[in-house]
Ligand binder design. Sequence first.
Ligand code: FAD
Length: 261
Amino acid sequence: MNEAELQHCMSAAFSQKLPVTFKAAGTSLSGQTISDSILLLANEGWENYEVLDDGKKVRLQPGIIGGRVNRILAPYGRKFGPDPASINAAMVGGIIINNASGMNCGTHENAYKTIEDARIIFADGTLLDTADEKSRADFRLRKPGFIEKIEEIRDRVRADEPFAARIKKKYSIKNTTGFSINAFVDYDDPFQIIINLLIGSEGALAFVAEVTMRSVIKLDCKASSMVYFPDIVTACKAVVALKQGPVDSAELLDRLSFEGG
Ligand SMILES: Cc1cc2nc3c(=O)[nH]c(=O)nc-3n(C[C@H](O)[C@H](O)[C@H](O)COP(=O)(O)OP(=O)(O)OC[C@H]3O[C@@H](n4cnc5c(N)ncnc54)[C@H](O)[C@@H]3O)c2cc1C
C-alpha cells in the first residue's frame, strides 16, 4: 500500500467511524499492534530513505529496520539516536511512535530529541508535511482551529507554572510511557509541538509516513568496565559523578543479580 492508498483507507475508515491500528515490525510488548478492526501495515514497501547533510540527518520511511538505519549512517561516522535492544527487528515507525530507547540514548539522544520533521497523515486522511512550508500553510487553511488549539493548550500549560515545572522535571527522567506532553513546554512552534507529540503516541494520534531525524555521533573506540562498590548509595553517587564525563551509560547490578534470587 502506498501513501495515497493509505490516506484513502484512513479517510474511508474515518467516515465509517471504524478504528484503525498501525503495525511496523510488531515487536511491541503491550499489544499495541493488536486490532479487532482495521490493521494497516507499514513495513514492506515503506523502506525509502535519503541521507542528508553528510549523514547529520536522514529522511526515513517507517518500514526500515533500525539496525539498517545504523548501517546506512555508519560510513558517515553517525548512527540513529534511539537504541532499543530490539533494533535489529523493530522499524523506524514503531521505534519513533513507541519512543523506544535502550541503554545509551537516555533522554538526550532519543526520538523526542532527534526528530526534526515528519510527514503525517491524520485520522481523516489529511496530510501534513512539516518540512514543507506550503503543506504547513495548506494545513492551517484546511484545519482551521487545529493549530490555534495547540497554541491554546501550550499557553494554558505554561501559564500554570507549577504544572509546567512538574512536566519538565518528570520528563527529564527517562520515560517511554504516555504522550510527550513536554512538547507543550519545550517548544513554541505549534508544528514542532505536533511533531514531538507523535513520539510515544503509540499510533493514537496519526500515521507517520516519513520522518527526518538528526543522527548522532558513532564513536569508533569504546570501552567498558565493571566497578565494585560497598553499597548502593556509594554506587549511585558514582553514577552522578560519571555523568559529568564522557560516559554513555551506567548499569547498576546489585548482589542478587549475581547470586540469583
Ligand atoms: C526482544 C525485545 C527487546 C526490546 N527491547 C526494547 C528496548 O530496549 N527498549 C524499548 O523501548 N522497547 C523495546 N522493545 C519493545 C519494541 O521492540 C519497541 O517498542 C519497538 O520500537 C517497536 O517497534 P516495531 O517496529 O516492532 O513497532 P510495532 O510494534 O509494529 O508498533 C509500535 C507502535 O507504533 C505504532 N506504529 C507503527 N508504525 C507506525 C506508523 N508508521 N505511524 C504511526 N504509528 C505507527 C503501532 O500502532 C504501535 O502502537 C523490545 C521488544 C522485544 C521483543
